[in-house]
Design a protein around this ligand. Structure first.
Ligand code: F6P
Length: 358
């Protein structure tokens, strides 16, 4: 008997269901003696032994469905070793559930935080295979994560729609894009949507150079400007602060997010009217795009292959367009950021996109 535990953890995204479907189809096409334990709401289900027994039928018809049929939750890694309110040791509880159910392995779908816990469970002796899930595309060791391309499509659609109204009113528009501490989604959506200025955390901006671009465009007969701004974008000034100082500054910020702070500064520096659009969680919602459906199916099938070969302790990754495996120990705790010197940035600059830094 092959007993597989499965859970989805962290923020949801498109193609989680498609990836699980890939794993289950891959395994069930080769073996009949399979038991699937679906843990509810991420690691919470593993801690409190909250699970359902699933069959391959439960994974049929979910290729296109957004969200996750298992539910998810955020269980911060730093709190994993802290007992819960009833004094329960969460790590021991997860191990207990795993051993009590006599599982052969755990399939864990998640992003950065999830991978730290997955690696800890591996170190504790559990068999773990992970799949790279996040719209942020910030997982080290893989060139792609599922959810990313769908989020880029949605943010691009927002920028497209804003373009027409920005042009009609000769306004400056800020579209604030998700991405946590990195700028992959903003960079791609910004280029795809024809943004004039792209601000990402990896390239700190200067408000004066943003104002210069906006005024330069007005003088050239383009009285509107579109800014694609990553939620984690940072000014040159703030980038000089120590991590702790910047965190404190953010806590005291009078605005809900960077877009509002920027809007006020741009209105001060120019004579333009500024508007803000925040697509927010729509970027994680709805059906996965075709790319994500294919990608999630491929990494799911690769996970099935590894499980059937009893090769554990890996994240399934994509390298040069091929699926592969990367040791979990190498992935955990590392962030894949945008390299400011990479060719996509150079190409964007080449066609006149400003990163607000010159
Ligand atoms: O990691 C995915 C992500 O959507 C980030 O881009 C964003 O910063 C964060 O999750 C939002 O988290 P929550 O869903 O908890 O508000």
């Amino acid at each position: 008997m092959l007993r597989i535990g499965m859970l989805t953890s962290g923020g949801d995204c498109q193609a989680l269901n498609a990836a699980m479907r890939g794993v289950v189809k891959g395994i069930c096409s080769k073996r009949d003696d399979v038991e699937i334990y679906g843990f509810k709401d991420g690691y919470k289900g593993l801690i409190y032994a909250d699970f359902s027994m699933l069959t391959s039928k439960d994974f049929s018809g979910i290729l296109t469905r957004g969200g996750t049929i298992l539910g998810t939750s955020r269980q911060p890694f730093k709190l994993m070793r802290v007992p819960d309110k009833d004094g329960l040791d969460k790590v021991e509880a997860m191990k207990h559930t795993y051993h009590k159910l006599n599982l052969n392995c755990l399939v864990i779908l998640g992003g950065n935080g999830t991978h730290k816990t997955a690696n800890m469970l591996r170190e504790e002796g559990l068999n773990v295979i992970t799949l790279p899930k996040t719209i942020d595309n910030d997982l080290w060791g893989t060139e792609m994560t599922f959810g990313f391309q769908s989020a880029v499509d949605i943010a691009t659609d927002t920028i497209d729609r804003i373009h027409t109204t920005a042009t009609s009113h000769s306004r400056v528009f800020i579209i604030e894009v998700m991405g946590h501490k990195v700028g992959h989604v903003t960079l791609h959506a910004g280029i795809a949507g024809g943004a004039d200025i792209i601000l990402i955390p990896e390239i700190p901006y200067d408000i004066k150079s943003i104002a210069k671009v906006i005024e330069g465009r007005s003088k050239a007969g383009k009285p509107f400007t579109i800014l694609a701004v990553a939620e984690g974008a940072i000014s040159k000034e703030d980038a000089k602060l120590k991590k702790k100082e910047y965190k404190e500054k953010l806590e005291k910020r009078k605005y809900p997010s960077i877009a509002y702070e920027l809007a006020e500064q741009i209105e001060k520096e120019t004579d333009k009217e500024v508007r803000i659009t925040v697509p927010g969680h729509t970027q994680r919602g709805g059906s996965p795009c075709a790319y994500d459906r294919v990608f999630a199916t491929r990494v799911g099938a690769k996970a099935a292959e590894l499980i059937l070969k009893e090769q554990y302790g890996y994240m399934v990754a994509m390298k040069n367009g091929e699926t592969t495996k990367v040791p979990l120990a190498d992935v955990a705790g590392k962030l894949k950021t945008v390299d400011p010197k990479c060719s996509i940035i150079k190409e964007a600059r080449m066609i006149g996109i400003s990163f607000g830094d010159e």
